[in-house]
Design a protein around this ligand. Sequence first.
Ligand SMILES: NC(=O)c1ccc[n+]([C@@H]2O[C@H](COP(=O)([O-])OP(=O)(O)OC[C@H]3O[C@@H](n4cnc5c(N)ncnc54)[C@H](OP(=O)(O)O)[C@@H]3O)[C@@H](O)[C@H]2O)c1
Length: 276
Amino acid sequence: MDLGLRGKVAVVTGGSRGIGLATAELLAKEGANVVIAARRPKHLKTAAESIGVDPVEADVTRLEDLDRLAAHVKDKYGGADILVNNAGTGTYKPFLEVTDEDLLHGMAINFFAQFRLTQRIVPSMIERGGGVVINVSGRTAVRTAYPPGSTCTGPAKAAEVRFSADLAEELKPHNIRVVCIVPGVVMTPDRFGKWEREAHGRELEVQEASQVRDKLEAEKLPSGAQWGTPEQIANVIAFSASDCAGYLSGESILVDGSPGAYSYVRALYEEKQKQS
Ligand SMILES: NC(=O)c1ccc[n+]([C@@H]2O[C@H](COP(=O)([O-])OP(=O)(O)OC[C@H]3O[C@@H](n4cnc5c(N)ncnc54)[C@H](OP(=O)(O)O)[C@@H]3O)[C@@H](O)[C@H]2O)c1
C-alpha cells in the first residue's frame, strides 16, 4: 500500500533503536524526510548511515534539547508534518521501593516529554495546514503488569492515553490528528537488557542473555505466545500517520497480539528467586 508519505517531514524520538528505529526506517522507505532524536551518538550515527535519516542528539527529558530539536526541524525543513513521540521507558519496581527520583523520571521521560515536544512542534504543523501526532504509550497504561510493579510507569503511560484523546479534540480545527499506540511486549535489545538487569541486578553478557531468552521462551511462554517485533509496531504507526487513517483520531490502539508474552518478565523474576 502506498501510504502517501512521500515528501512529508517526520520527527521520531528514540529513533535510533527498537520501535523508533523500525518506524524511522519505514517512514524513510515510504519517502518521508525523517529526523530522529536520541542520546547516544554511536547508535544515532549507525541509524543515520544505514537508513538515511537526519540524526539529532537530544535527551527528551531536557527542555533545552527539545528547543534545539524543534528549532532544527523548523530551520532545516520549515516544520514537521508527522511527530512520533516514541522515546520512553518502563520500570518494574515494587511500590514501596519506588523513589521520588523514579517517579519524577517516569513522568519526565514518558508523559512530560511527549507533552513538551508536541507543544514545540505543533505550531509549525498549524502553519503547514495540518499534521499527525503519534504518541507511543505501553500496555501498562491499560492493564496491570505481572509481576505487579508498574505503579510508577503505568500511570505515566496512562497519562499519554488521556493526553492524546484531549489533544485530538483541541487540534481538530487545525487539521491535526492525534493517535496513541499502545504496544504489548516487543523484543528490542535495549528493552530486554533493561528487564534482565532489573531482574538479575547486573548486566548479562550478550551470549548469557541470549541463552536466558531462549530457555525462558522455550520453557515458560504459553504455547503460541510470541513477542512482538519493532516492525509490527512500526507498521501500525506508519499507517496511523498516513492519510489512509484519516478518520482515526483521539483513539488509543492496543497492539498486543499475544498478552501471554508477559510470562517472560514473570519467568525472569522466578529464575532470580530460585537463585537467591
Ligand atoms: N519494547 C516493549 O516491550 C514496549 C512495550 C510497551 C511500550 N513500549 C514503548 O515503546 C517506546 C519505544 O520502546 P522500545 O522498546 O523500542 O525502546 P528501546 O528499545 O529501549 O529504545 C529506546 C529508544 O529511545 C531512545 N531514548 C531513551 N531514552 C531517551 C531520552 N531520554 N531522550 C531521547 N531518546 C531516548 C534510545 O536511545 P538512547 O538511549 O541513545 O537515547 C532508543 O533510541 C517507549 O515509549 C516504550 O515505553 C515498549
